[in-house]
Ligand binder design. Sequence first.
Ligand SMILES: Cc1cc2nc3c(=O)[nH]c(=O)nc-3n(C[C@H](O)[C@H](O)[C@H](O)COP(=O)(O)O)c2cc1C
Length: 434
Amino acid sequence: MTTDRARAPGAPAAPASADPADLTDPADSAHSTGFAAALREAARIAVLSPSSHNCQPWAVAWARSEVSRVAAARVVDGEADGPGGGRGDGTYQYLVLGLDRSRELRSLPAHAVEMLLSCGLYWQLLLRALEAQGWTVDALRFADGPLDAGAARGAELPGTTWPRSWAALCVARLRGRGGAEAQPTNGGAELRALRAAARARRTNRAPYLPQPVRPALLDGLLAPSGCAAARDAAVTVRHLTSGADRAVFADFVAEHGGRDFSHREAWRETHAFLRADRARADASGDGFALDQLFGPLSWPSRQALRAALAPATMRLLGPVRYDRFVGRRLAHGLARMVRPTPVVVAMSFDRTEPTLADAVKGGARLADYWLCATAAGLALHPVSVVLQHEDLRAAFQSALRIPGRAFFVSRLGWPVTEFPCSPRRPADANLRRI
Ligand SMILES: Cc1cc2nc3c(=O)[nH]c(=O)nc-3n(C[C@H](O)[C@H](O)[C@H](O)COP(=O)(O)O)c2cc1C
């Protein structure tokens, strides 16, 4: 696998690593043409998935050529998709989830998990949207190995036109319900509900109402959709609702929430995803506008903030510990948001040494949770800094008795205000026919 660096900060969004392939082909059967339309629709929904820094590191290949289908069938069940068998008649469609390594965050080891979670979030939404259109996930095979996607083994498709900068994470075999004309679930109602939840979901960094969330409602968020990639995720979800636990968490954030500012490389990478304003964020198709992090800003405050946060300023003023000063200010601001929030949700892998598959499934489980919370009118705002440094993660888990290995922590509550949506790359930017 190649490991090209992320594109230059602020550069316009470019298609990833291979030429975008048109999903349709005049020679396709009715079955495949129907699947291409369903896949396009599913990708429009899935691209709304959250991702760390809004870097959107996911990629999906549709195995269409004979060689790709045979390779994908081998991965899924060890058999070739031969023309004589039931699979050769086009009953099955194969999709492969990838991590586009030219878009991944790398400045911290913890980013490896965040990238896999982001791909898992996308994958779950894509597969749920396909299921809602009548394409059931019949079998899934995840890549083997530890969290390093570069070392993933078992889901790659040798001999195909698989883009070199993508790491293969999972292969799915799908079967149309009702034959060539797959039948949408509940006459399309499920797809409409999923689309509405995906559009309404966003990271809401504004204050939340202090009103508690009923325990029964919180319990309801724990049920996985039973769909696709989240099915057997080994994940524990904890809701911290007591005043004491929430105070411990807020104090922890106040003390450690500025860690990234003292980590030159991490801050440089984060800063590369900050866009000066909404127009620039829309043009790049990724990252976030300053207003999305700090609320509405006047022109002078925007310029002042840009200068204050620039990595060059941090470097120049390093000798007077400016990075610590900024980190402390922002950590206290974040802790002020956290303190009155009625719930903190923490998710952890049951295994303390999770595998790559655990992380992708964890992302899928998180997708179900976040969509369910959105449909209930709740909002989330992840606070990942407490997990991004090993010493902090261990201290956080021990202070709040979080089992396993924590991979996601977020404020959860009733939003006071709507929050603007963040930009996205085109839905088919990382969708290929191979
Ligand atoms: C694994 C993961 C970790 C995240 N961590 C943070 C975080 O620490 N702080 C934050 O403000 N947003 C965090 N986010 C939210 C992303 O920044 C957000 O999803 C992205 O900018 C797209 O915006 P949207 O969720 O509003 O669509 C995280 C998202 C994911 C998937």
